[in-house]
Design a protein. Structure first.
Length: 71
């Protein structure tokens, strides 16, 4: 391996981490952290649980897409 390849490898690793952090932050902002459960109506609690599940599913899908993108 020459120096250029090592630099590219390190740069790619750093960029992947930054992109992952940005995507996770964006998803948190889109679905929102919301209010405390005590302050919510039952309908709002149901929606918050649903949004949390959707966020987890979106992250899982993005992780799979990144893995597939490597090949």
């Amino acid at each position: 391996m020459n120096g250029s390849q090592i630099v590219n490898m390190v740069l790619r690793m750093v960029m992947n981490r930054l992109i992952r952090k940005g995507v996770n932050t964006g998803l948190d902002r889109v679905f929102g952290q919301g209010k405390a459960p005590e302050d919510m109506t039952p309908e709002e609690r149901r929606r918050a649980r649903s949004a949390k599940k959707q966020t987890a599913q979106a992250r899982k899908t993005l992780r799979s897409a990144r893995r597939l993108n490597r090949f």
